[in-house]
Design a binder for this molecule. Sequence first.
Ligand code: RAM
Length: 521
Amino acid sequence: MAISNAIKNFKMTVNPDFVAKAQALTPTLIETEITPVRTVAIVPDGPDFAARELEPNFTASNPMGRDDTLSLDFGGHQVGYLSFTLTPVGSPADAPAYLKLKFGEVPYEIAANTSDYSGEVSRAWLQEEVIHVDVLPARVQLPRRYAFRYLQLVVLDTSAKYKVVISNVVCKSVSSADWSVVPPLKVSDPELERLDRVSLKTMHDCMQLVFEDGPKRDRRLWLGDLRLQALTSSVTFRSDSLVKRCLYLFAGLTQNEGRVGACLFLEPAPQVDDTALFDYALFFVSTLHDYFEASRDRETMADLFPTARRQLELALNEVDENGIVADREGWWCFLDWGEGLNKQAGAHAILIYALKQGIKLARWAGDEAQASVWEETAGELSQAALRHLWDEGQGFFVSGAERQVSWASQVWFALAGVLDQEGNVRLLERLMAENPAIPMVTPYMYHYFIDALMENGLQDQALEAMKSYWGGMVRAGADTFWELYDPKDPYASPYGSRAINSFCHAWSGTPAYFIRKYFQD
Ligand code: RAM
């Protein structure tokens, strides 16, 4: 799976005013000290691994020497900084204490043999350290931030003359999300209550100095993820100012031609990445649309509308002589991580979807002339889609030269509203009945499926799909939702190794959005 797409001759343009506005909105991190709740053994559990409680528990931990292992469960997912005390027992410490630490969001990461890691994403994301502690006793503080529930400490060596006792293990957990602002949930269905709780924890742990995609990996602001985080935040942690900060960062740090990047970094100084994704750039329009709808913040709209307009212009440049977004090689549009997924139809539908939001933005910004030009364009793009992408015989939208039928293409066309509501309903029902070969594999894409069902009045199906998909992760033991989940292949990874997957990934926290928006008692 291709995961890099550096644009040619990349050059960043900085708008210092926008960056200053973003920086003025830097949130404060709330710190909480968390200690482990039990000592565990990580054991095989069917095709997976599980944490089994051990006796005696941690408070009774023994002196440890060469190859002794201590595995701790912090009782829930944490994002933070680890410290512990190391006390020598026996003769004076005549050699350094030599330790290996492994952090796991799920037990599998502790069990995985990472020495033969050959995934596509950098192995530097695997959360493990080997450290020497020269002077004992010591309070050891690891400088890196980790995302984990389980911690395994292995004493690689002390010496024949002394052992160490590990005590007072603490995680200073950090997040900019404030639990106290979350409105109480009004549902009587315990399953929905559980989905909401896991969504909130996922959101909470990803809310740092920006909306991070995942606190383990990639720990950065991605536009597609931001769009879903902003929606969920609006009905949970209500962090409008964090959404605003992220929008200003994207608009203040653009790529060539004024394109917003797919993701950006904060350190050492704010910097847009050189990855461009067709759909993610358009989600700048969607995120601004949602933000303004919720906040009515005219100043931000006046600042950021030109950036939104530019994304639509750039995307419209990609339309070919048939009036369809041209298909391309490589990783040019995200949509989903499905193997072999052709992106053309989905990209075209997202362009129509974003254009419709752009029309509303133009009206809100008082630019009626722009709104009517885009209305005409949206009509033309829809007609072209019906002419070239709609396959009447199959009753599906097709994508690319091979005329591929995927879930993602149908979902995005249902959201783009190219057919009338009846047509959308028939399309979605056919999709569920016929189950075409190219499935959805991320909670991110599932979000848009649920959204399409809700937008077209298929509430029961939406509820059932949500309970079955996200409920599947809960039944598999998730206490935060995962980056990827394919019910047919729950241990899959698009990166060539499950150990590198992120198991607390914000784009999967949207059940809270649907539940709070549509399903409260
Ligand atoms: C991965 C991450 C991120 C996503 C991108 C496209 O690196 O999962 O969340 O937005 O892919």
